[in-house]
Structures are given as C-alpha cells and as structure tokens.
Design a binder for this molecule. Structure first.
Ligand SMILES: Nc1ncnc2c1ncn2[C@@H]1O[C@H](COP(=O)(O)OP(=O)(O)OP(=O)(O)O)[C@@H](O)[C@H]1O
Length: 653
C-alpha cells in the first residue's frame, strides 16, 4: 500500500500534480503505481516485487508527470530488503512503515516528515490476480456504473482462468474502458457532437468485451492498445471536478472519434483477424495499424493534459484532418490521371447536418446498423424513407459527416432534381472513383480494369457495376479483412426520373446486396418505383422516418426553439423579450409543424424575413398547418412589399 506523508509543494498548482511511484530493485525498474492527480495522493496499490536476497536495495522515486515534457523525480529514497522486513514485522499483517524520502529538484520543500508509507504483504498467485483485477475495476465502481456482481464475476473469471492472464486482463481493461466511456456518453448528453461517436465506441467495445470473454488467446499488442486508451480516459475520473468541460470539448471529441475508429478496428481484429493472422495474411498491416493508434492516443493524451493543465484555448486538428491522416489515399499521380477517365460527378452535400440534440434515436440506430461487423450474409443496404420534408437529407448529412470523421466514408452522392449530375448513368462510376480515391488497393484494382476495358464508362450500368465495383471489391476483400466502408445515396427519388432510373433501382435492389465490405445508406421519399423494388427485397433493411412519434415532435420543438434565437437577433430593433415568443407559441408552432421539419424551417424563415415578427407570427398561427397556406401567407407578405429576403427562402421550398 502506498501513500505519501509530509508533502509540501513549493508552488500553488491550479490542479493537482500527476504523481506516480516508480520502484526499482538494485537499479532494475520493477513496478510503478498508477498515476494519481491529488495534492496528497493515496495509491493503495499492490505491487509485486522480486529480489536477489536480503541485501537487495529497493529504490523508490516519486515521479511527477507533466502536461508537456518529460516526467521528473521530485523525491526519492531507498531501503534494503532486510531493513524493510524488520520494520514491517516480517511481512505478516505488517504495519505501515514510512520510508524517508529526500526532495529532489524544485517541486517539494525538504521536510523531515516526507516519506512514502508502505506495508508488506505476503500473498499467493491467485490473490495477486484477484487484487490486481479488483484494483482495476475499482475505478469503474467509483464511477458507480458497474454493479458489484460484475466486479465479482470478473474476479471470479480471472481466478478460474488464471492460466490465461492475458485474456482476463484484457477483459478487465475493457471493462474499465467501457465504464469510462459510459461517463463520456453521459457528457455527450450535454455536448451533442461527442454523443454519436461515444455511443458507437461504447456499443462496439461492449461487443468486443463479450467476444474476448470467450477467447482463450489474445495479443499483447491489443492489451497494450486498450491499456493506452484506458490511460487516455483517466480524465473521466475527474469529470465532476473538471473546471468546465467545454474547455476540453474539442480534444475530447477528437479522442472519442479516434476511439470509435479504434473500437471498430479492434472488433474486426478480435473477431476475424485472429484466424487470418494464423495463416499469416495481414500481420504486418495490423501491427502498423496498432502502432498508429497507440501513437495517436499518446498524442491525444498530451493534448488533453495540456488542455487540462494549462488554461488556454486549445486548438487541435479538426476531426477531418485526423481521419485523413490514416486514410489510405491514392497518391500515385499516374493512377489519379487514369481514374479521372471515369468522369465522376460532384454531388456533395453542402448543407448542415441535424441540429445537435435532434434525431438522436434514428442517428444512433443508423450508425449501429452501418457499423455492424462485416460478414458474408449480413444485410448491407439500408433504406431510410419518409415523406417530403421529414428531414431525411439532413439525417444523411449528419451520417456523412460522422463517417467522414471516422475515415470510413467511401462515397456520398446527394441527388437534387435541379442538378444535371443527378443522373443514374453517373452513379456507379462516381462511386468507383470515390472508393479508389480513398483506398490504394481499390485504386490499383480499378486502374487495372480501366486498362483492360478502356471503354468501360460507355458500357451499361450493369457492366460498370460488375467490373468497377463487384470484381475489384471481391479481389480487395479476399486480402483485407477490414471494417465497413460507407456509401450514402441521398434522395434517390431525385436521381433521374421514373424511366431513366429503372435499371439503377433494379441494380440496387438485386445486386448491391452482394457487394462485399460496403454498407449502403439510401434515403428517399417512398416513390412507387423505389418502394415496389425495395419492399420485396429481404436483404434491404427498411427504416421508416415516422414524423408522428413523440421524439420527432420534440425534435421539431427543439429546432423551433433554437431558430427563434435567430429570429430575435434579426429583429433586434423590436427589443423582443429573450424568451419571445414564449413557450406556448413555440409549442403551438410545433403542433402545426406536425413532425414536418420543412414546415418548421419555412415558418421560421418567414418569421426571420418578415417586417413585423409579432404580426407574422399571428398570421402563421391563424393559417394552420397546411403547407400551401404557409406559402400563401409568406407570398402575401412578400407581395405587399414588406420583405425583400423571403423569395430565396421560398425557392428552397
Ligand atoms: N434535424 C434537423 N435539424 C435541423 N434542421 C433540420 C433537421 N431536419 C430537417 N431540418 C430542416 O428541414 C428542412 C427539410 O429537411 P430535409 O431536406 O432533410 O427533408 P427531406 O426529408 O430530405 O425532404 P425531401 O424529401 O423534400 O428531400 C431542411 O432544409 C433543414 O433545414
């Protein structure tokens, strides 16, 4: 057991220094306590030591870790084993013993009372395991998120399987990591941009935990990786005392995104990777990936320590940059030149995603579905359908942003009727081009196809599908067991017309389900041709976007409430009350919207652009929920010359 007595810091720190005790025996490093952020730390750790004999010297260093830079020893002491045994009473139920320390450097006052308090314990191997694991899950229990029965079960498991220390320690580490992530999921309840990633990482790691429990073998490298993540998440222990969580929001959000990506990797690795490694297929690539993740987490830890310890605004590469770092990009310029011959079109979304805090359930459901482990017979096409203006494209935009940040986005095509590029004939080759751009293996495969079939872009879309997508993906999948790559096709009903998209719809419903590695999210209105083709296909997962659910109605209310801030700002000269137009009227508008975001967005645009916001609001409430009536009110005001900005809003509708 370790604590420290007589500690007097020379400086006043804004937060407690990060301390550990490092122990060596005869100069050989033996063990260290976990790091503790406390002005007077109590580690309470059990540290197994072994020594040559009674004259071996135990060296103890009190080490301070910094937010940046190397750790330094701030006090040290030493004692011979036989002295320690005498002081402790031969180790049987021994008493606390102070080992005097000398202050080193400028951190601590030299004080005669400065000492590490230790106690000897003589224990068996099983007890070592039991204590180590109980110690490991203690943190989770402190967080209140792990029931005691779980604690006992983990310990029990370790004892029964004391030959497979590695597995049990990975299991214990995963348990801590998920309980720490649970804290972050709860923080994500407040900071919406963290939430989807934290929830994804939590769900995936929980499933890894279930797999690991059953495995007899695992890799030391994965144990180290999870250990590194556990270390990064130590900040969750201080959540209640953190000065203000917003200050570290940027760093935490990057960490959580990295964790989600890493969790997906670990799941693939533990589920499929082990068998593949046995036949020696992907070992070097995985080793590199694990090292990259460890390096990234170390970097994030430094950023976090920096943000926690130094009270300055901290700017970090945005998530996109981080994702791009590990994305395999087709760098070969020659390859890029060949790929350009695919004549891809740009159909990116330039709109905003969901207002933070809205659409949580459906976003979480879609993310979970899209990230399920890839297996030969899993469903891989997901169709989100709903009436006009329900909010499908906004959801697709959020999903696109999420997977782009995770580095898992293969292609995204946002069709719009007014854009000539929204033609079925461009779809397959644009997907192929995007996939090639994001993955070097796919780039090589597709370039090979283009070399063999120089006129492939003039071929039928069925041929293009076979040669540019199916065959390259099959070849690619044989050698690379990796997480899913996401393809998004938004507003399929706006891609061409009934006649021109007939073959594309048939291709999607009959052949896309055979594509390995890809997960495809399609959104559309339930137009007859699309509904008829997808309805009968059991391998397509159908997700209705129901506008009448309580959560949809609550989301709209949240949205209107948020938009009113803009309306008040726009009409600052009216000196509106900060709560204008009041809860009752916001609820009335929410009821009129009846789950249709397009109604809410048109109505709030109308209020923003009106001359007299009170007058406009009364008009709106009188006219009821009919969209036509809403447009009529809007046009009436515009024709009377009271607004000059409304037309653009109406065009959008
Ligand atoms: N979760 C949301 N948060 C903020 N705004 C939203 C949200 N959902 C929808 N909106 C707003 O409502 C408008 C309509 O939404 P969206 O275009 O996503 O609907 P849609 O179902 O795709 O419609 P359509 O079928 O006509 O394409 C958008 O312009 C957007 O401003």
């Amino acid at each position: 057991m370790f604590s420290v007595s007589g500690i007097q810091w020379r400086k006043k720190w804004p937060i407690a220094p990060n301390l550990e005790v490092a122990i060596n025996v005869d100069g050989i490093p033996m063990a260290q306590t976990h790091r503790k952020r406390d002005f007077v730390p109590m580690w309470n750790s059990l540290l197994p030591l072994s020594a040559e004999g009674p004259t071996s010297v135990i060296g103890l260093h009190l080490v301070r870790h910094h937010t940046v830079g190397k750790p330094n020893t701030c006090a040290k002491g030493e004692i011979e084993i036989h002295q320690l045994l005498e002081m402790c009473g031969q180790g049987l139920d021994s008493k606390d013993v102070p080992i005097p320390l000398n202050a080193v450097g400028k951190d601590l006052e030299a004080s005669p009372g400065l000492a590490l308090i230790v106690r000897l314990a003589r224990i068996g191997r099983d007890q070592v395991i039991e204590i180590a694991i109980a110690d490991a899950v203690e943190d989770s229990a402190v967080l209140g998120s792990v029931p005691t029965s779980d604690l006992r079960r983990v310990t029990g498991f370790a004892l029964q399987n004391s030959d497979s220390n590695l597995v049990s320690s990975l299991e214990g580490l995963l348990k801590i990591l998920t309980s720490r992530l649970d804290v972050v999921v709860k923080i994500g309840g407040v900071i919406a941009k963290i939430h989807p990633f934290a929830e994804l990482a939590y769900n995936v790691l929980t499933s890894v935990y279930d797999v690991v429990k059953k495995q007899q073998n695992t890799d030391q490298s994965i144990v180290q990786l999870v250990n590194t993540m556990v270390d990064v998440y130590s900040f969750t222990k201080d959540v209640n005392s953190l000065p203000d969580i917003e200050r570290i929001e940027g760093v935490v959000s990057v960490i959580v995104q990295e964790t989600a990506r890493c969790a997906l990797f670990i799941r693939e690795y533990t589920a499929h990777g082990f068998a593949a490694r046995l036949v020696g297929q992907i070992i070097s690539q995985d080793t590199q990936t694990i090292q990259d993740f460890m390096a990234a987490f170390d970097k994030h830890k430094q950023s976090l320590d920096w943000a926690l310890g130094v009270h300055i605004a901290f700017t970090i590469n945005n998530a996109r940059d981080i994702a791009q770092c590990s994305l395999e990009v087709a760098k070969d310029t020659q390859q890029l030149e060949i790929l350009k011959n695919l004549n891809p079109v740009k159909m990116n979304s330039n709109r905003d995603g969901c207002l933070p805090g809205t659409r949580r359930d459906i976003l979480s459901l879609i993310i979970t579905e899209l990230t399920k482990p890839v297996s030969a017979n899993s469903q891989n096409v997901f169709w989100l359908y709903g009436v006009a203006g329900a909010g499908k494209s906004t959801i697709a935009t959020s999903i696109c942003q999420t997977f782009n940040a995770l580095g898992l986005l293969g292609a995204s095509l946002f069709f719009t009727r007014s854009n000539e590029a929204s033609s079925p004939s461009f779809v397959i080759r644009t997907i192929a081009y995007s996939l090639a751009k994001s993955n070097t293996q796919m780039a090589s495969e597709i370039c090979l196809v283009m070399h063999r079939h120089p006129h492939i872009i003039d071929a039928s879309i069925e041929d293009q599908f076979q040669r540019l997508l199916l065959e390259p993906l099959m070849n690619h999948a044989r050698d690379h067991i990796r997480g899913p790559t996401i393809i998004i096709l938004d507003a399929l009903d706006e891609c061409g017309d009934l006649e021109s998209r007939r073959r594309l719809i048939s291709l999607i419903s009959n052949r896309f389900t055979t594509l390995p590695l890809l997960r495809i999210l399609i959104t559309s209105r339930p137009d007859l041709d699309i509904a008829a083709a997808f309805r009968k296909q059991s391998s397509i997962v159908k997700m209705p976007l129901d506008i009448a659910t309580p959560s949809s109605l609550e989301d709209i209310r949240l949205y209107i409430d948020a938009e009113m801030m803009d309306v008040r700002q726009m009409h600052f000269s009216w000196d509106l009350d900060p709560t204008w137009p009041g809860e009752e009227k916001i609820n009335a508008l929410g009821t009129l919207a009846a789950g249709l975001f397009i109604w809410a967005s048109t109505a709030t645009k109308y209020l923003r652009n009106a001359h007299d916001p009170n007058d406009a609001l009364d008009h709106l409430l009188k006219k009821g929920s009919d969209l036509d009536a809403l447009y009529a009110v809007a046009l009436q005001v515009q024709n009377s010359g009271k607004t000059g900005h409304l037309q653009s809003g109406l065009k959008l509708v």
